[in-house]
Design a protein around this ligand. Structure first.
Ligand code: KG4
Ligand code: ZN
Length: 339
């Protein structure tokens, strides 16, 4: 039996990356990401600047993605785009472009949930291994932190989530307190490699069930540093590596404690991580170590599919294509979306 070749063009524009991917079934032919440097000097993403940059980037990024894939737009079978959640102005740019392209080519339009796409990025063909259903996915990004039970590519349920800040937000806000530029998560990871993670200890939050909380950690780092800087104005510079290592250890420990609990409660030993923070080297290492200790099968997405990218929109788009789950031209993107 020959499997039909389906070509999907996917667009991701929920935050500050303009990304376009072309997939042939579950295989990524191209995955182009234009990051926006304009936000660096503001210490965070400025929504209005993000939507303007998406407008400038979208056509060249689509063009490059098609060229890199060696595909003509007439060969495309469907267009997938991020419906939400995200910054509304940014989402509108991607959604409007996707709608016009689908209309012009006379092909189906597929609306994709950004968070579900992070989770389903595990099914992109060039990942090392693919999880078996049902699996648990610790989904950790700049805006969300949750443990999800995944029954199929389109059926999933949240078992626990953050009641305040997301894990990525905690990395970024604490990095900002330490004077690091946005986004601070990857920098904390980098400095942590040279530091002692047991040098400083920060409290773990008390939350109910499988929920998370990170705002208390941010406040305790803030007060701790204020006190130390009064005694030594160079405290942060002199201890940057140890501070980063200790903060990173605390965040990763908080995440893993609930993941262990979720595995126990559900008796599921297929364990995955997804989202921008799954690029964190300590989280990746600890998941593997726990996997051996607890007899879990662990799944870590390829590095390029952790942070925001259109390939993940394309793979969930492909599953929705197989189900015939299409939307019409009346669709509008949403800043918040029911999971
Ligand atoms: O999934 P993502 O690219 O965008 C959202 O959907 O939010 O996640 C971005 C988040 C940012 O908070 C960023 O600091 C964090 O992921 N991040 C990291 C690392 N790489 C990205 N956090 C810790 N360590 C990293 N290596
Ligand atoms: Zn994301």
């Amino acid at each position: 039996m020959t499997i039909k070749r389906t070509y999907i063009l996917a667009i991701e524009s929920s935050c500050d990356d303009t990304s376009v991917a072309i997939l042939e079934n579950d295989k990524v032919l191209s995955n182009i990401i234009a990051t926006q440097d304009v936000h660096k000097e503001y210490g965070g993403v400025v929504p209005e600047l993000a939507s303007r940059a998406h407008q400038q980037n979208i056509i060249p990024v689509v063009d490059t993605a098609l060229k890199r894939a060696g595909i003509k737009k007439e060969q495309l079978d469907a267009i997938a785009f991020t419906e939400g959640p995200g910054l509304l102005g940014s989402l509108i740019v991607g959604a409007s472009f996707a709608k016009s392209l689908a209309l012009g080519l006379g092909i189906p339009l597929i609306a994709v949930d950004h968070l579900k796409a992070h989770i389903i990025s595990h099914f992109i063909q060039d990942n090392e291994a693919i999880p078996n259903f049902p699996f648990l996915c610790l989904t950790v990004s700049g805006g969300h932190t949750m443990i999800v039970k995944v029954d199929s590519p389109t059926k999933m349920e949240i078992l626990g989530k953050t009641i305040d800040d997301a894990a990525g937000e905690a990395f970024d806000k604490i990095a900002k307190i330490m004077g690091l530029p946005y986004p601070g998560g990857p920098l904390v990871d980098k400095y942590a490699q040279l530091g002692d993670s047991d040098k400083f200890s920060f409290p773990h939050p008390k939350t109910t069930e499988l929920n998370f909380s990170f705002s208390g950690l941010k406040t305790s780092v803030l007060y701790f540093l204020k006190k130390e800087v009064e005694k030594d104005p160079n405290f942060v510079q002199n201890n940057l590596n140890d501070l980063c290592a200790s903060v990173q250890k605390t965040i990763v420990d908080i995440l893993l404690k609930n993941l262990i609990l979720a595995s126990k409660k559900t008796n599921i030993k297929e364990i995955a991580i997804a989202g921008g923070v799954s690029a964190n080297s300590r989280l990746r290492m600890e998941i593997q170590r726990l996997g051996n200790e607890k007899d879990w099968n662990t799944y870590i997405p390829k590095f390029e599919y952790c942070t925001d990218n259109a390939a993940m929109i394309g793979i969930l788009g492909y599953f929705k294509y197989l189900e015939g789950s299409f939307v019409n031209q009346r669709i509008t993107p949403k800043a918040r979306i029911e999971f």
